[in-house]
Design a protein around this ligand. Structure first.
Ligand code: ZN
Length: 366
């Protein structure tokens, strides 16, 4: 694969978005434009001398996921994999047969265990013989999902106020998502936050963040001033920060906000951010401030809606400022539950369980 030795920023016409960047962000420097790769065609676009970019298709509003390939001398190191579906597998076959044909895949690194990132890892590992690297907690979450015990999920969504039919539909939907991981990957070697990994002649520091997922890992290269951000920092929306069935006091939003603070203090503002969704951008600290403010605004809307005891399902429309339809209800419940756990930990909200296992939330304290 031939890549430029300098940053090239010219945007392909098909990749142009008419949506302006969020306030405070710089989509690119004045002279910079990005060449985005095609979605699902196996093409590879250069970002720097050693790092390149692929896009794999996703259904729904996300449309695609960005994946990264680093030239590691005698092999490629991949970061993230896409879903294990026919479109992504054929796009990988095209990429491996042409732009990536001149050396083998040496390693597969995965930022976190969600299906669009980890899904195709098992298939890719078999196809290439390359080992998988992922944080232990991320792989454990997949194993728990595969274990097949629906009871914690039924308890969680009952507490949120969802009726039995809606719970059945949502649990089935979650279970169907597991097909995107087949063939299942082996556990692989663990990635560890705060350690460094050498890729492409560079030291990459692994930055941990819990909240969007248990042990999400981002990769930061001070030499190249590039942050492979995964889903931790996205340019146009915030990744889902959800409570899930399990420990009631996990407080994912607190972990996520802590992770943003750690990222802000570790990585300078003016670096090139490579997000998993959307376009690469600059302006890390402004974007972190926006994401933080967005969540505090949502917390305020939820607190305002708690004018009397309410179930989570009663709070969804107020929390998001729009009607939440049945396809989004499970994810929306998780996000509002995360907000309520945060308010509860702050001493600002509390819940009372009724005989049906439903939790009724109310404000507490001043
Ligand atoms: Zn994710």
């Amino acid at each position: 694969m031939k890549v430029s030795n300098r940053l090239r920023f010219t945007r392909a016409p098909t990749a142009t978005s008419s949506v302006p960047p969020p306030s405070g962000l710089r989509q690119s420097r004045d002279m910079e434009r990005l060449v985005a790769p095609g979605v699902g065609d196996g093409s590879v676009a250069p970002i720097s001398a050693s790092l390149s970019w692929l896009r794999m298709p996703l259904s729904g509003p996300l449309s695609f996921i960005n994946l990264w390939v680093i030239d590691d001398g005698d092999a490629w190191t991949l970061i993230d994999c896409g879903l294990s579906d026919r479109d992504t597998r054929s796009a990988w076959q095209a990429a491996l047969a042409n732009p990536l044909a001149d050396k083998p895949v040496g390693r597969i690194l995965v930022t976190h265990g969600h299906a669009d990132h980890l899904g195709a890892a098992g298939w890719l590992a078999r196809e290439t013989g390359a080992p998988l690297f992922i944080a232990r907690g991320e792989f454990a979450a997949l194993q728990n999902a595969l274990a097949g015990d629906d009871l914690p999920a039924r308890t969680f969504y009952t507490a949120a106020g969802l009726d039995a039919n809606a719970i059945d539909a949502w649990v089935t939907r979650i279970r169907d998502q597991l097909d995107y991981y087949r063939p299942l990957p082996d556990a692989g070697a663990p990635l560890q936050a705060d350690e460094t990994i050498r890729i492409g002649g560079r030291e990459w520091r692994m930055i941990g963040c819990s909240g969007h997922s248990p042990e999400h890992i981002g990769f930061w290269s001070p030499d190249d001033r590039i942050l492979v951000a995964g889903d931790q920092v996205l340019p146009r929306f915030t990744a889902n920060i959800s409570a899930w069935p399990g420990p009631p006091d996990y407080n994912p939003l607190a972990h996520w906000l802590d992770g943003l603070g750690a990222l802000e203090s570790t990585v300078p503002d003016d670096v090139l951010i490579l997000p998993s969704h959307g376009d690469p951008f600059r302006g890390l600290h402004a974007r972190i401030a926006e994401m933080r403010a967005g969540h505090h605004a949502m917390l305020a809307r939820i607190a305002t809606a708690l004018d009397r005891p309410r179930r989570i399902v009663d709070l969804l429309d107020a929390a998001f400022g729009k009607k939440i339809g049945p396809h989004r209800i499970g994810g929306a419940i998780g996000e509002v539950a995360a907000c309520l756990q945060w308010l509860e930990a702050q001493g600002r909200a509390m819940r009372d369980g009724d005989e049906g296992g439903v939790h009724w939330w109310r404000l507490s304290g001043p």
